[in-house]
Structures are given as structure tokens and as C-alpha cells.
Design a protein around this ligand. Structure first.
Ligand code: NAD
Length: 407
């Protein structure tokens, strides 16, 4: 039986094929998208602090560069594998086309648990990875960014290794840099904030007051925490939140700023003494207006989909919904705002960072936010319009918009 990640890749391909049937897009184009253009696969041999040597599988998948340089994050997670990265890279191609950026799609990663490494060990892993991918990345070729388990500091190290390789400064080789390293204002929160702009537009379209919209957020990392922060700031009622240790629920609304503060002090969410403790599975089944999976792939299985009581789903994680679950949700008429749209804020602001670096410009946070809002809402409205025209779920409509741009 295929593992979850291979199933995700098969599903991604299936959605591509279904979309072709809906829109009469040239099947030859879709066949070209079924395989990544290049895969780099290697093993990093790293000296650990105790003198032993450990091996870590590492990858970079360059899916498609038809619309511009490959673009995609670097993931450090023990479960990183090639099938997962192939799916993530394909979704980047769809995402960048959907929000109309001059980029293609890529993804990379190392099968490592960064939490188990000392700081010097993490630096050695990152530099070794940077050296491994240096020959195939570049500001006009492939531009990595942070993803699960990586951050601005990791981007700095990758950039340094690339600069050593080419022998000159090249700040545009990565995005998601710290502001003092040439990063953009507003990049760190961009993915979460972009999702909240979509949520806000959805409420506006339905004429619903945000105070009457309850939201459950699974995952409180970069994406989930910023999503919860801005949802709260924009007046939505965040009633549940979780991290890998479990979650909490308060139908009256959670004190999001307090959760953020305690999380920075490294207190696991279920130990905060705020709200009623719930499991991560329990969170997915809460009676809320919007369910927001913002952690890892494949959490909404068919079994979970049958138990979901949320009125809609906003996918902030990549690939949280399995194919069989998607079918069940369609039958149950629970709309799903797909990942390729909902979490595109990160790559949109990565593009802003790249543009600012190349033009030696510095945009204000307000400017970044207003451009982000404009871009992601435009894509959302186009997906809604296309879904209406094709009588299709939002995911297929989003793929249709993207594929038409890739033709
Ligand atoms: P992160 O590493 O910062 O955070 C992940 C969070 O998920 C953590 O709070 C962790 O405790 C939690 N978690 C882990 N396992 C869990 C489980 N089994 N149940 C519930 N929570 C669990 O990662 P991130 O950058 O926030 O990314 C989250 C998702 O968003 C991923 O799917 C990623 O690909 C996607 N994404 C991230 C970005 C970005 O800019 N960072 C952009 C687009 C999409």
C-alpha cells in the first residue's frame, strides 16, 4: 500500500488530470507536469558533537521553471522524503502560477530533527546542505525559502555557502531572510496574514460579521501562530489552538496574545491552563465555522472528514486533506479553500523580497501588507469565479486558473 506521502503525490496528479477534463486543457501539458524536471538526492555525513558521524538523507526537487526560476522552501523534519517533496514542489508550481508570480516550483529538505541537534550540529547540517545544493540554485535559477523546521538563520547559512561557491555576494539566492540581512518587512507573518485576508474576504462575500465566525487552528508554528494572531486582531473568534503536544478549546474565544507569549516561553499549549484540553484529532472535529489545519500533511483522513462539524476548511498547511477525505467533504458540501491559495502569502512576500533586493528598494510593512492583500484576494476572487463557471470545488478551480497560466 502506498504510504501517505506517495498517496498525496498521486492525488496531486489526479487533481491535475481532473482539472484537464473540466477545462479541456491540453493533456500533454499536464503530462509534462506529472514529473519534476530535476531531483537532487544525496546523503549528508555530519560530525556530531560527541565525535560520531551521522548520515542524513537530503533532497532538492525542481519541479517546473516554465514561468521563471524554481521557488520553494527547505524543510528540516525527520519524516522528510522524496514523495513528500515531489508533492510540495508540484504544489509550488501550481501556487506561483495561481497567484501569478514569475516563478516556478521547487522544494527541498533534510530528514533530520532539528530539535535534537545542538546549535553547532544544526549549523553543520545546514552548511553541508547549502554546499550540496549550491551548484543547482541561484537568484535566476532556484530560490529557496524557509519551511517547516527552518528559519531566517538557516537561510543566512545557505546563502553564505552559495556565495562561497560562486565567489561573490548573492543576497537574492534565498528569501525569508532576516530584515537586517536584506529580508523584507512583513515576510515572517506573510503566510498566516495572507490566509486571514482570504478568511476576511470570504466573510465579506457572505456578509458575515467576523465576530460570528469561530475558528479552530491546528498547529502553532510560523503559519498557525500568525494566522491565529491576525484572525484575532481582525475580530474573528479563535476558539481552539494546538501544537504537537495537544490543544485547548474555549467556545467563548481564547486569549491568543497570551498563548503567543507562553509559547515563546516554550510552554506546550495543553499545559497553559487556558481553555479545555483537547487532542489534535478532537480539534478537527469541533463545531466551528472555519477549521484551519496549519501543521502537517494528511491530517484530514476520510474517517476525520466524516466527523468534521466545521462549516468550511481553510488549508494553511500544505496537503492536509487526503484524496478520499476531499471526496467525502465534497459530498458533505463542506467547502475547502485549498492550500495552493490559502497559504500563498509566504511566496507572494518572498517575491516582494526578491524584487526589493534586485531594485535596492525597501518597502514599508504597510506597503508589503497592502500589496499582499491585493494579490491574494485577487487570486481568491478568480478562484471563486472559476469554481462557479466550472461547477467545481475550489481546489479544482484553483488548479484550472494555474494550469491556464502554465499553458
Ligand atoms: P513550523 O515548524 O513553524 O510549525 C509547525 C507546527 O505544527 C508546530 O506548532 C508544531 O508543534 C505543530 N505540529 C507538529 N506536529 C503536529 C501534529 N501532529 N498535530 C498538531 N500540530 C502539530 O512550520 P510552519 O512553517 O508553520 O508550516 C506549517 C505548514 O504550513 C506546513 O505544511 C508548511 O509546508 C506550510 N507552509 C508554510 C509556509 C511558511 O512560510 N512557513 C508557507 C506555506 C505553507
Amino acid at each position: 500500500m502506498l504510504n501517505t506521502m506517495a498517496r498525496l503525490y498521486t492525488n496531486a496528479i489526479k487533481v491535475l488530470r481532473q482539472t484537464t477534463r473540466l477545462t479541456r486543457i491540453d493533456p500533454k501539458l499536464v503530462r509534462a507536469l506529472e514529473k519534476p524536471q530535476r531531483i537532487l538526492k544525496t546523503t549528508l555525513k555530519i560530525r556530531m558533537d560527541n565525535g560520531s558521524v551521522k548520515s542524513f538523507p537530503a533532497f532538492r526537487v525542481q519541479h517546473n521553471n516554465q514561468r521563471g526560476p524554481y521557488k520553494g522552501g527547505i524543510r528540516f523534519h525527520p519524516k522528510v522524503n522524496l514523495d513528500e517533496l515531489k508533492s510540495l514542489a508540484l504544489w509550488m508550481t501550481i501556487k506561483t502560477a495561481l497567484v501569478d508570480l514569475p516563478f516556478g516550483g521547487a522544494k527541498g529538505g533534510v530528514a533530520v530533527d532539528p530539535k535534537e541537534l545542538s546549535e553547532p550540529e544544526l549549523e553543520r547540517v545546514t552548511r553541508a546542505y547549502g554546499r550540496a545544493i549550491a551548484p543547482i540554485i541561484g537568484p535566476e535559477r532556484d530560490i529557496p525559502a524557509p519551511d517547516v523546521g527552518t528559519d531566517a538563520q538557516i537561510m543566512r547559512l545557505v546563502r553564505e555557502e552559495y556565495e562561497k561557491y560562486v565567489g561573490h555576494a548573492a543576497p537574492t539566492v534565498v528569501t525569508g531572510k532576516a530584515v537586517e540581512d536584506g529580508g523584507s518587512q512583513g515576510r515572517e507573518e506573510a503566510t498566516g496574514l495572507g490566509g486571514v485576508y482570504v478568511l476576511e474576504e470570504g466573510a465579506k462575500q457572505r456578509g458575515v460579521d467576523p465576530r460570528h465566525v469561530s475558528v479552530a487552528v491546528q498547529g502553532f508554528g510560523n503559519v498557525g501562530s500568525h494566522f491565529a494572531h491576525f484572525a484575532h486582531e481582525f475580530g474573528f473568534k479563535v476558539v481552539a489552538a494546538s501544537d504537537s503536544k495537544g490543544g485547548i478549546y474555549d467556545p467563548g474565544g481564547l486569549p491568543v496574545l497570551e498563548i503567543e507569549k507562553r509559547k515563546k516561553e516554550r510552554v506546550p499549549i495543553p499545559d497553559m491552563g487556558l481553555g479545555k484540553p483537547i487532542s489534535n484529532e478532537g480539534l478537527l472535529e469541533l463545531p466551528v465555522t472555519v477549521l484551519v489545519p496549519a501543521a502537517l500533511e494528511g491530517v484530514i483522513t476520510e474517517r476525520v472528514a466524516n466527523k468534521i462539524k466545521a462549516r468550511s476548511i481553510l488549508e494553511m498547511a500544505n496537503g492536509p486533506t487526503l484524496p478520499s477525505a476531499d471526496r467525502t467533504l465534497k459530498k458533505r458540501e463542506i467547502p475547502v479553500v485549498p492550500d495552493v491559495l490559502a497559504n500563498a502569502g509566504g511566496v507572494i512576500v518572498s517575491h516582494f523580497e526578491w524584487v526589493q533586493n534586485r531594485g535596492h528598494e525597501h518597502w514599508t510593512r504597510e506597503e508589503v501588507r497592502s500589496r499582499l492583500r491585493e494579490k491574494i484576494v485577487a487570486a481568491y476572487l478568480e478562484v471563486l469565479k472559476t469554481a462557479k463557471r466550472l461547477h467545481s470545488p475550489l481546489r479544482e478551480a484553483a488548479y484550472a486558473v494555474a494550469l491556464l497560466r502554465l499553458m
